[in-house]
Design a protein around this ligand. Structure first.
Ligand SMILES: Nc1ncnc2c1ncn2[C@@H]1O[C@H](COP(=O)(O)OP(=O)(O)OP(=O)(O)O)[C@@H](O)[C@H]1O
Length: 218
């Protein structure tokens, strides 16, 4: 099966401080993986690199066969919107839009037809139909998280990345969110990469890769 993500010899750092030093990783379509690492090991940095929000110092990142790390910014943005969904720690829903409008906007930014039927179906799957016209500030934290998952999956991205989706949750809710991510990713045909320091996630997604703690200043 084809690779959705291939990372080779990735290097990145902030000023003199190296965060990633020769990181290699590959993920095939349908092969969900966990990126484990303690706080500060570079998980969020790596997600930003994969999504083309940062540029590597060295090495390459291929998303769905395209070298996102080498593309000019406009094409990078287009590739990200077409092929990657990210559930950020801070969720990043658009405050002025209701849940349905947030999902329709994601479809439009991905260059897709706005599809109310698809939006409704996904909100139903995530138990959010009754909140379809609520603004983000009117949602509970759990509802907002599910809305962010729906927003990231409504474009059926090849790769769905979730940044620390469970670390603040108790066992029952961590399991619920992990299962929800896996089930909805499967239903949408997306491959899941969960970045976390929450070792409980390994029970749900067996393929784990571990980031070493950040290196000391060079
Ligand atoms: N914009 C920045 N400027 C300077 N240093 C940064 C910046 N962003 C992150 N760092 C540093 O880079 C290292 C990796 O940070 P990153 O946020 O990627 O780690 P993380 O594994 O996602 O951590 P957490 O689990 O706490 O979110 C940390 O030491 C952090 O302090």
């Amino acid at each position: 099966m084809a690779y959705v993500l291939e990372i080779c010899g990735l290097e990145y750092g902030y000023d003199a401080r190296s965060v990633l030093d020769g990181f290699d990783f590959a993920q095939r379509a349908g092969e969900h993986r966990v990126l484990l690492g303690p706080s500060g090991s570079g998980k969020t940095t790596l997600i930003h690199l994969i999504a083309g929000l940062l540029s590597p110092r060295r090495g390459s990142i291929l998303v769905d066969g395209e070298m996102i790390s080498d593309l000019p910014p406009v094409e990078r943005d287009a590739l990200r919107r077409r092929t990657i969904g990210v559930v950020f720690q801070t969720l990043r829903l658009v405050a002025a839009l209701d849940v349905t409008q947030n999902l329709l906007l994601a479809q439009r930014l991905a260059g897709q037809r706005r599809d109310q039927g698809e939006v409704k179906a996904l909100l139903g799957e995530l138990g959010l139909l009754h909140r379809a016209h609520a603004r983000p500030r009117e949602l509970s934290q759990g509802e907002a998280q599910r809305a962010a998952i729906a927003r990231s999956l409504v474009t059926r991205p090849k790769l769905l990345i979730a940044d620390e989706p469970t670390s603040a949750l108790d066992d029952a809710n961590a399991e619920r969110v992990a299962r929800l991510l896996i089930d909805t990713a499967n239903a949408q045909g997306s491959t899941l990469l969960v970045a976390t320091h929450d070792a409980r996630i390994k029970a749900f997604i067996p393929g784990a890769v571990t980031l070493a703690p950040a290196a000391e200043a060079a």
